[in-house]
Design a protein around this ligand. Structure first.
Ligand code: TYM
Length: 352
């Protein structure tokens, strides 16, 4: 292994199914880092999922299904420590301690919080559990997830970058106040991906109902891709570059999304061929959609097969969750104990 071994941590909320945004923004990097021999911690953020619920949800089943998809994508519970956030409850204790050094103003400037706030105020009368303390504190809990295993690097999609920056800030404040205790993770790459939704919306996301999922079968893939809005004529491209970063922003959003996916999944000559058709304004959208759907289905097929493999059963997932919770717990407790010591509360007497 040429790279230095680093501690990697990342998490995904148990929303049931993994979509292409999750995969190319996060899981794809998880696998690469796992295979490069780093010490990887990947978890299902079931506590975080509670910030938006208004009634009972079967998170347990959703967690198991997400983990079966993780395994189907190539994550290996022997090479990586794969666990459930709620199986490491000392994360909540660390979040409480970190909350003491976090300014409310800082949290109120969080983009996720501001987005939720503006959606609620633009929809008066919306029911439920609008702005909870848990939602405002979401980045503090996320900081606890990251700092508890002393992560060096946090692979996330572009939408989560600000949260990692907030984590760096919170850890610096803690260390400044109580002495060097927490390891500051590195900032995530500015080139992190934000995959648009099938509707051309800025972000593919479960709550936006615009996702293409890794477990979608051939029929569903074709139906979803055919439904993408392509009635707008190609817009002129004022660049000779073929790079997706240069051309995609100049296309109508939903068309740009199709090219983004084609660039991720198809061989380069296929992407370039369709880019040529776009420049020449040929009639090609029907063919573009069928070609893309074929590449998506070919990508999904082995994942669906491994998802349904009898060995990848809920019992198998429960077994490795149990084993991996045992591996991460001493790591987490050591960090919490160090923080308690640094603050002056002293070691926990019942854990000693
Ligand atoms: P979540 O569950 O919303 O998303 C999981 C991962 O998928 C990425 N992602 C995307 N990337 C590119 N384009 C998209 N359209 C797209 N949609 C989702 C996200 O950036 C993320 O990397 N707060 C986190 C979960 C979490 C966490 C953590 C992550 C909790 N604690 C600690 C890292 C470290 C979340 O809600 O991700």
């Amino acid at each position: 292994m040429s790279e230095k071994q680093e501690i990697i941590l990342s998490g995904i909320r148990p929303t049931g199914r993994l979509h292409y945004g999750n995969y190319f923004g996060a899981v794809h990097h998880f696998i690469h880092l796992q295979e490069a021999g780093h010490r990887c911690y990947y978890f299902i953020a079931d506590y975080h999922a509670l910030t938006t619920i208004t009634e009972r949800v079967d998170f347990y089943r959703q967690t198991i299904d997400m983990l079966r998809t993780y395994v189907a994508c190539g994550l290996d519970p022997v090479k990586s420590v794969i666990y459930r956030q709620s199986d490491l409850p000392c994360t909540a204790e660390l979040a409480l301690l970190l909350g003491m050094v976090t300014n409310i103003g800082h949290l109120e400037r969080g983009t996720t919080y501001k987005d939720k706030l503006s959606k609620l105020t633009s929809k008066p009368g919306s029911e439920g559990n609008p702005l909870s303390y848990g939602l405002l504190g979401y980045p503090v809990l996320m900081a606890a997830d990251i700092l508890i295993v002393r992560a060096d690097k946090v692979p996330v999609g572009d939408d989560q970058r600000q949260h990692v920056e907030m984590t760096m800030d919170i850890a610096q404040k803690f260390n400044h106040r109580f002495g060097e205790t927490l390891k500051i993770p590195r900032a995530t790459s500015r080139k992190a991906l934000r995959l648009p939704g099938l509707d051309g919306g800025a972000k593919m996301g479960k709550s936006e109902h615009n996702t293409l999922d890794l477990l979608d079968d051939e029929k569903t893939v074709l139906k979803k891709i055919k439904a993408v809005q392509t009635s707008t004529d190609p817009l002129p491209l004022d660049t000779d570059s073929d790079l997706p970063e240069a051309v995609i922003p100049q296309m109508p959003p939903s068309v740009g999304m199709l090219y983004r996916l084609l660039n991720l999944l198809a061989p380069e000559d296929v992407y370039l061929d369709f880019l040529g058709k776009y420049r020449r304004k040929e009639k090609f959208y029907g063919m573009l959609k069928t070609t893309l759907a074929q590449h998506v289905s070919a990508f999904n097929a082995p994942i669906i097969e491994r998802f349904n493999d009898p060995e990848n059963s809920p019992e198998y997932v429960e077994d490795f969750l149990r084993e991996n919770a045992k591996k991460v717990t001493p790591v987490g407790l050591a960090t919490v104990e160090a923080c308690r010591e640094a603050i002056g509360i002293g070691h926990s007497l019942y854990r000693a």
